[in-house]
Design a protein. Structure first.
Length: 281
């Protein structure tokens, strides 16, 4: 019997997740289906409950429902501890992107940080240990990956954001997790150079350019934009100043592979999937 999975989001028509999981299933001989489901902005919980009643095995969660997914699992856990369980990464991020449906309870995980770190280390051959890292943004995307970045033991990690208050809040939640020097600043106060610069903002969607000093790029720096499929202003700026550039396609595939492993107990090969989906820009 085919096991059913889905990705829930709004919008969702652009999602590559069904294609990714189809390739994973074919590669590993798993009998699954995986579809994209558009949930109303005020109907995420109802959509999840429908999937559970229809015997789906789990779902991925994308924008704008990751915080709601976490809150749903926590609400189940608060109502009865064995009804919902969130792993440490989801708990620290306050967001879940992977739900697993068991008979009487729901597991919530966050695979975004694992996906980002694997892409940087395995696909771009960049170590994070001992490096100076700049994380741009302090919203859900940044929160979802910060713990995984700190687990790699960078020497220094700076969170830069338009408003210092949000960056400071993220700092306070994670300061005890690493021996790294963790600091915050606004974009206008950025100084020094960084080995890895990660754009976790959504400004690429509107072609707005974040005002960055050209001096932030250390020699052989990697500039990584979580957006994928196009040359964002951040990618263009970074390339013009000599940095190696990367978009978030690899992160998307790697985080999906981690979800697939959670659901199926098999880790697919991601290299051929990334190559198949890569679009020149």
């Amino acid at each position: 019997m085919t096991d059913k999975y889905a990705v829930i989001g709004n919008p969702i028509a652009h999602s590559k997740s069904p294609q990714i999981h189809k390739m994973f299933a074919e590669q590993t001989n798993q009998d699954i289906s995986y579809e994209a489901i558009l949930a109303p902005l005020d109907g995420f919980i109802e959509t999840v409950e429908r999937l559970r009643k229809e015997k789906y095995k789990g779902c991925s969660v994308t924008v704008p429902f990751k915080f709601e997914a976490f809150n749903l699992v926590r609400a189940l856990q608060d109502a009865q501890p064995m009804q919902g369980v969130c792993n440490q990464l989801a708990t620290k991020a306050g967001a879940a992107n992977t739900l697993t449906f068991h008979q009487n309870f729901v597991n919530g995980d966050n695979t975004d940080g694992i996906g980002l770190v694997r892409d940087i280390k395995q696909n771009f051959q960049q170590l994070l240990k001992g490096k100076h890292i700049l994380l741009m943004g302090a919203g859900g995307a940044a929160s979802g990956v910060l713990q995984s970045l700190l687990h790699e033991h960078p020497k220094k990690l700076t969170i830069a954001n338009r408003t210092l208050e949000k960056a400071d809040k993220l700092h306070q939640l994670h300061a005890h997790l690493s021996q790294a020097e963790l600091s915050t600043c606004t974009y206008s106060d950025l100084n020094g150079s960084f080995d890895i610069i990660i754009n976790a903002t959504s400004v690429g969607l509107s072609d707005i350019e974040i005002p960055l000093p050209s001096t932030i790029f250390a020699p052989n720096a990697l500039a990584y934009d979580m957006m994928y499929g196009c040359e964002t202003p951040f990618i263009k700026f970074s390339r013009e100043h000599g940095a190696q550039v990367a978009d978030g396609l690899g992160m998307l595939v790697e985080q999906a592979a981690e979800a697939f492993f959670i659901w199926r107990g098999i880790r697919p090969n991601t290299t051929q999937v990334i190559a198949a989906l890569q679009i020149p820009w």
